[in-house]
Design a protein around this ligand. Structure first.
Ligand code: SF4
Ligand code: SF4
Length: 468
């Protein structure tokens, strides 16, 4: 049987000296944090899976309608043109994560990251159900390929592929909706190649990640763990070992030993294979398994819990933890400022959008008697009712003729219309380039949207044949 790597600060436990992978089977552990972590994980999985099914105003609660170029968010409809709001969403998420990390370390990794949530609460339980606890799984790894091993491994891999496919289909539902997904599943892949490929690849990636790659994603790929040292300080809550209380390690019966009996239980349960007694490490995802493991031992020994616990490095050193400090103040200011701007930006989103783009090709056309510019006016009705709009051009100089936008434009729910807008100035009236506004009004007159456009043309002296 390949022996377990001894955790060290100089190397990654899961990679052997020869570069091969040491596959971890963390021991099962029960306790306060694992219980709460499990319910948190199941609650989050419930949310991930339920959101495409929850119907608000006729659409899924969260629906990234790629085909319709719209984003439905709890009844709010954002068009493709509102994509700039993503900036606030992403920076808001970033600042929230900075703030939470500065206060509570990698609590997101251990409790809410989809990688941990699906691995610990879906894939690992399936593995345990089929192959047994960690000891049995390690034994199975080391055993020759007997009929029992082949059967167990086959069942497990089939189960993993099925679960990965279910997750991928539900993930796709965020982009196409459940009814559309259902319809796709009843037709040949050739009728929706893009979606089929997406599900196929996402299933393959999920399967690879959750069946084999696992903690390597956190250790090798995820950038967040590497940011940890930049975001945390000695007052950040981390999971740590109380060295003053635990050392020197020794037998429970040794009156000169500290409280750590060197049972290694905290190492056996660690999903990334580290020894928390060596201090805070990049590989620690803050899952709190080692706290529960050590508390169990301390309870058996009739010693106080918390030899391994949530505390700051200052707290573990016997000093006071400061919650309010420049870093947390700065991150909270950025967070509040970001949320205020995002709320304001969201409140400015109108139930329609307007874009005016110049037709591709020559920017202007000069004929015998006029200069002409051509645009495309795209109007999107983001509401769920039929709406009427009018378009006018404001700031036009005398003699500008406008074609293409005379009537009221009727657009159905979530529909869009593209109109050609042709502006013509006679040679006699043309005095050079100028700006004007294209304005969209809803027929009720409750709002209007403006876009600036530039009428371009040649140097007017050229038109008169004078030359510059
Ligand atoms: S579980 Fe507790 S007592 Fe056992 S080795 Fe870890 S820190 Fe020491
Ligand atoms: S050291 Fe503890 S908290 Fe960190 S990953 Fe290992 S078991 Fe989880």
């Amino acid at each position: 049987m390949p022996s377990a790597q001894r955790p060290s600060l100089d190397s990654v436990t899961t990679i052997r000296e020869d570069g091969s992978r040491f596959f971890l089977h963390p021991a099962d552990v029960r306790g306060f944090f694992q219980r709460h972590r499990k319910w948190t994980g199941l609650f989050l999985i419930g949310i991930y899976l339920a959101l495409p099914w929850i119907n608000i105003g006729g659409y899924p609660a969260v629906f990234l309608d790629v085909g319709g170029r719209r984003f439905h968010l709890f009844g709010y409809i954002l068009a493709f043109q509102d994509a700039w709001l993503l900036f606030f969403a992403i920076t808001g998420l970033g600042f929230s994560l900075f703030f939470v990390t500065a206060l509570l370390g990698r609590i997101f990794c251990g409790w809410a990251c989809p990688q941990t949530v699906f691995l610990e609460h879906v894939y690992r339980p399936i593995e345990r159900l089929i192959e047994g606890d960690a000891v049995k799984r390690r034994k199975l790894d080391a055993s020759p390929w007997t009929a029992e091993k082949i059967i167990k491994r086959s069942i497990k891999q089939v189960a993993f592929v099925l679960v990965s496919a279910i997750i991928s289909h539900l993930f796709l539902a965020y982009f196409v909706s459940i009814p559309e997904l259902w319809a796709m599943m009843h037709h040949a892949p050739s009728e929706h190649w893009g979606a089929f490929l997406f599900v196929f690849l996402f299933t393959a990636v999920n399967y690879f990640n959750f069946s084999w790659f696992r903690e390597q994603l956190c250790i090798v790929i995820c950038p967040y763990g590497r940011l940890q040292s930049a975001l945390t300080d000695d007052n950040t809550m981390v999971i740590g070992y109380d060295e003053k209380r635990g050392e020197p390690r020794g037998k429970a019966t040794d009156p000169n030993a500290g409280h750590c009996i060197d049972c290694n239980r905290c190492v056996q349960v660690c999903p990334t294979g580290i020894d928390i007694r060596q201090g805070l490490q990049l590989e620690c995802i803050g899952c709190a398994a080692c706290i529960d493991a050590c508390d169990e031992i301390m309870t058996k020994l009739d010693r106080p819990k918390g030899l391994v616990r949530y505390d700051s490095l200052n707290g573990l050193d016997g000093k006071k933890t400061k919650w309010v400090r420049p870093r947390t103040i700065l991150y909270s200011i950025l967070l509040v400022a970001g949320m205020s701007v995002a709320t304001f930006a969201l409140s400015t989103v109108q139930p329609a959008s307007l874009s005016v783009t110049r037709i591709t090709g020559a920017p202007y056309i000069v004929s015998d008697d006029a200069v002409r510019n051509q645009f495309l006016v795209r109007v999107v009705n983001k509401s769920e009712q039929d709406k009427g709009f009018t378009v006018e051009v404001v700031g036009a100089p005398d003699g500008l003729r406008i074609n293409g936008i005379d009537d009221v434009i009727e657009i159905g729910p979530l529909g869009e219309t593209v109109l050609p807008l042709v502006m013509v100035v006679s040679r006699d009236n043309y005095t050079g380039q100028f700006d004007l506004q294209v304005v969209l009004h809803n027929v009720e007159g409750t709002y209007s949207l403006e876009r600036k456009v530039e009428f371009v043309g040649p140097d007017p002296r050229l038109l008169q044949g004078e030359g510059p």
